[in-house]
Structures are given as structure tokens and as C-alpha cells.
Design a protein around this ligand. Structure first.
Ligand code: KIV
Length: 303
């Protein structure tokens, strides 16, 4: 008996349909059909489960977790083991969305064989279905693709290059740098990348790349013409502690909600309003009576 269930090819994921597993080829089909792809970062079990149940197509275990979850100043410090740990948590939560793991700084910047071994760990030990790498690393994308690991490229404002770039700045703002970016995008697609994240670039450049690209583009700060959009979970919900970048839209104020719920809890504890009698466990009647009788006997013996 075969353990493989051969479906009839890549069906485009239909938003909200919990039975359609999202694959890289299904996302390519969405591009062909002009259906926008929704993507979000994910770092832990409960929030990933909510995002998956909300029908998001792609969940990226982004190295942004260094900042929004672990409190580092930038993404450079997060380790391979930390990324694997969070990818496993997301894997346990997600049924439908494609899970992409961000390879952290230093895990793919040396020899290709070492990068390949690290990427294999994301798939084998953490259940990632693709890995994301920053920059025009064409040789590495080819090697990963040949090793059967789907790759998501990431061009434009690449946060792991912050030391070289000297800050978070919009990229490709001149004709020369825009043309270079377009060439890099084409090279990554030719090398086998399945998707391309475009971050922090002018809308016009992202639109041209998207129109010419054979693979879906996912934008963040790259305007509305990309094939899909990604936001950082904490940005979308206002769970950050700094002013938002221009491209961020707060779809809810979870920060306010959480803060006021916790303040309410603290006040109720301080006023002995929590827990109430209804929120307490009670002795069964028989045990209560026998304890009362024992207490009465004790008092009588002492009298
Ligand atoms: O780590 C991350 O969150 C990312 C997204 C911004 C694309 O790389």
C-alpha cells in the first residue's frame, strides 16, 4: 500500500479552506491566477495557530523574532538553535499555511556545504517547508534547490546587512541600483528560488520585478503591486514599542488590549475581587460535613 496521497497537481489554496495545504507550487499557481498571497511572520504555537486558522497562506518564522520576541536591537544575534526552537513551535501549530524558516545571520554566509547542512536541519529537525536567505546568493540558491529544499529569496532592504548598509534605508532608489536589483531577482529565479521577498524598495521597482518575475514576489514596504504581502505579526497588532515604519498598518491594538487586561487583573487581585467563590473549587458535601464534625469534636474535647 502506498503511503503517498497523489493529488491532482497544485490546486491554488482557497483562503479559509482548511483542507488545502499550501505548497510552493500552489503559490506559483496563485500568481498565475492573479490571486494575492497573504503572508505573516510567526514565532510560537498560539499565535501561529490563530494565523493559520485565519487562513494566511504563508507563515515565515522570521529572524525578526530576535527583536520582537527576544528583545535584541537587530536581527544579527539570533542563533540557529533559537530559530530551530521557534520553527518547531510553529510547526506544531500549523496545518495549512506554508512554513518558511529564516536562516539566521552567519548560518549561510560561509561555505555552501555548511549552509546546506544548516538548511537541512530546518527541514529535518523543525519541519520547515522552505528556507529564506537574504541577498543575491545565487550559488547557494542553486545548491539548496538541487538538494530538494525550496528557497525563498529576499532582496532590497535586507536587515542582516545592516552593518554594511549603515541603517535601515530604502534601497534601489537610483536607476543603476534598481537595475541591479532587477538583475538579482532574475538570477535568483533562474537559480531555482520559489518565491522572492522584496523589502523596503520603491513601489515602481517592485512592480517591474513582479511583472517580469516567473516566481511570486512577496512585498514588505514594497508597495501594493507585489504578488503578495507580508507583515511582522507584532507590527500588525501593535505589539511593538517603537514608532511604526511607513509601510506598517496596525490592524488592531493588541498592545492596548493586553495592557488593560493585565492592569484589570492586578487591580482585582489587589482588591481581593479575584478569584471569586464561583472561580474556586469546593469540598464535596460529605467531606465538608465530616470536616465540620471533626472540628466540633476537637472543640468539645478541649472544653
Ligand atoms: O524576519 C522577518 O520578519 C522578515 C520579514 C520582514 C520578511 O524577514
Amino acid at each position: 500500500m502506498s503511503v503517498t496521497n497523489f493529488t491532482g497537481g497544485a490546486k491554488p489554496p482557497s483562503p479559509g479552506d482548511p483542507d488545502t495545504k499550501v505548497t510552493v507550487s500552489a503559490l506559483a499557481e496563485m500568481k498565475r491566477q492573479g490571486k494575492p498571497i497573504s503572508a505573516l511572520t510567526a514565532y510560537d504555537y498560539s499565535s501561529s495557530r490563530l494565523a493559520d486558522e485565519a487562513g494566511v497562506d504563508l507563515l515565515l518564522v522570521g529572524d525578526s523574532l530576535a527583536m520582537v520576541v527576544l528583545g535584541h536591537e537587530n536581527t544579527m544575534a539570533v542563533t540557529l538553535d533559537e530559530m530551530l526552537h521557534h520553527t518547531r513551535a510553529v510547526r506544531r501549530a500549523v496545518r495549512r499555511a506554508l512554513i518558511v524558516a529564516d536562516m539566521p545571520f552567519g548560518s549561510y554566509h560561509g561555505a555552501v556545504t555548511e549552509a546546506l547542512a544548516n538548511a537541512v536541519r530546518f527541514v529535518k529537525e523543525a519541519g520547515a517547508e522552505a528556507v529564506k536567505i537574504e541577498g543575491p546568493r545565487v550559488e547557494l540558491v542553486r545548491a539548496l534547490t538541487e538538494a530538494e529544499i525550496p528557497v525563498v529569496g529576499h532582496l532590497g532592504l535586507t536587515p542582516q546587512s545592516i552593518l554594511r548598509m549603515g541603517g535601515y534605508r530604502v534601497q534601489a532608489r537610483t536607476a543603476d541600483t534598481a537595475n541591479q536589483l532587477k538583475a538579482n531577482a532574475q538570477a535568483l529565479a533562474d537559480a531555482g528560488a520559489g518565491l522572492l521577498v522584496l523589502e523596503g524598495i520603491p513601489r515602481e521597482v517592485a512592480a517591474e520585478i513582479t511583472a517580469e518575475s516567473p516566481i511570486p514576489t512577496i512585498g514588505i514596504g514594497a508597495g501594493p503591486d507585489c504578488d503578495g504581502q507580508i507583515l511582522v505579526f507584532h507590527d500588525l497588532l501593535n505589539l511593538t514599542f517603537a514608532p511604526a515604519a511607513k509601510f506598517v498598518r496596525r490592524f488592531a491594538d493588541a498592545g492596548l488590549l493586553i495592557r488593560s487586561a493585565i492592569e484589570h487583573y492586578r487591580e482585582d487581585v489587589e482588591h481581593r475581587a479575584f478569584p471569586s467563590d464561583e472561580e474556586s473549587y469546593h469540598l464535596p458535601k460529605a467531606a465538608k460535613e465530616s470536616m465540620a464534625a471533626a472540628a466540633k469534636n476537637h472543640v468539645l474535647r478541649q472544653a
